[in-house]
Design a protein around this ligand. Structure first.
Ligand SMILES: Nc1ncnc2c1ncn2[C@@H]1O[C@H](COP(=O)(O)OP(=O)(O)O)[C@@H](O)[C@H]1O
Ligand SMILES: [Mg+2]
Length: 323
């Protein structure tokens, strides 16, 4: 690679116009910049969809070179309690905007992962938002809107960031590979898009890891398999073999995946996404989905491999009705 900077940072858009897959949101954010006014904003959506990128790009466009003096970023998952709001946010919000862009009277506080804040802290945040409304605009990001208290939601313009579509992910990864002087095959791009499931940070991360193993600057699907991707065929076979009562064969597939570095979380997620492709009736699909869901939370409290085998046994039992 041409330098040691992480690719996700190196290719993070600096301008709103460079953000992909969120056209409607970008269009409306550009209008705020043009009007030199921003309401409180709440960006909701899965990780790697551009929430932080859009926030920083907008701050840069509003304040120009003074942006860092007028922008405070707090990651709420590091500091989840009420004190962070009391101390950091209030002190910052109470002082005036800096710079000669004096048409903009407010500063921006960016509260990343604000769904990690306790309800008490969210209550304090709500009061702070009201009190310093003139001097300070809040941009909150979260993965799940349901974890934000209603009085905050109603004070913000809410934007739902979509998963990045397959085509855009493939184009971006191809662009990055080319810039880094690599050739990448279409299958490799498809594999990256498939395994990243709309998360562009993950897609670029997979690309980056694959560059470590690739030979003669050509990235093929095998390079992607090696670093992250679980072949859809393997996932299908795990379920099919379990359903047909081949417990040992199914377990072995899981053991292999885990010894090659796949996490139980990854395996479960991909199993869940493959259920719809199976040629079994809907009732059976639902039952399997419930088993996978059950397994998912159980893996947090006990041994992952044991739980995955428990899951296979449950699916095998279910399959015995159709055998
Ligand atoms: N919509 C997007 N357009 C362009 N790049 C993106 C987009 N979303 C994510 N990225 C890439 O992924 C990285 C992480 O994105 P980020 O904005 O931090 O995601 P989020 O805050 O939604 O978790 C960025 O550095 C950038 O390289
Ligand atoms: Mg973020």
């Amino acid at each position: 690679m041409s330098n040691s900077q992480m690719l996700t940072e190196k290719y993070r858009p600096n301008k709103l116009d460079e953000i992909i897959g969120q056209n409607e949101i970008v269009r409306r954010l550009k209008r705020y910049v043009k009007n030199r006014n921003v309401p409180h904003l709440l960006f909701s959506g899965l990780s790697g969809t551009g929430k932080t990128t859009a926030t920083i790009a907008m701050a840069k466009e509003i304040y120009g070179s003074e942006w860092q003096s007028n922008f405070l970023e707090i990651n709420a998952s590091d500091d989840r309690g009420i004190d962070v709001i009391r101390n950091k946010v209030k002190n910052y919000a109470a002082t005036k905007a800096i710079g000669d862009s004096n048409d903009v009277q407010f500063k921006i506080v960016f509260l990343d992962e604000s769904d990690a804040l306790t309800p008490d802290a969210q209550g304090a945040l709500r009061r702070t938002m009201e009190k310093y409304n003139l001097s300070c605009r809040f941009i909150l990001s979260c993965n799940y809107l349901s974890k934000i208290i209603e009085p905050i939601i109603s004070r913000c313009a809410v934007y739902q960031f979509k998963k990045i579509d397959t085509q855009s992910i493939m184009e971006k990864c191809k662009y990055i590979a080319t810039q880094e002087k690599y050739t990448i095959t279409l299958e490799a791009l498809e594999a990256i898009a498939y395994s990243s499931d709309g998360d562009l940070r993950k897609a670029v991360g997979t690309l980056e890891t694959s560059l470590l193993t690739v030979e003669n600057n050509i990235i093929t699907i095998d390079d992607i398999y090696k670093v992250s991707y679980i072949e859809p065929q393997i996932i299908q076979n795990i379920i099919k073999k379990a359903l047909s009562g081949e417990f040992l064969a199914s377990s072995l597939l899981i053991e292999n995946l885990m010894s090659n570095g796949s996490s139980s979380n990854e395996i479960l997620k991909q199993m869940m996404s493959k259920i719809t492709d199976l040629t079994i009736n809907d009732k059976m699909k639902i039952d399997i989905a419930v088993i996978i869901g059950d397994t998912s939370w159980r893996t947090n409290v006990t041994n992952e491999e044991i739980m995955l085998k428990w899951m296979i046994a449950k699916i095998a039992k279910l399959g015995s009705v159709i055998r």
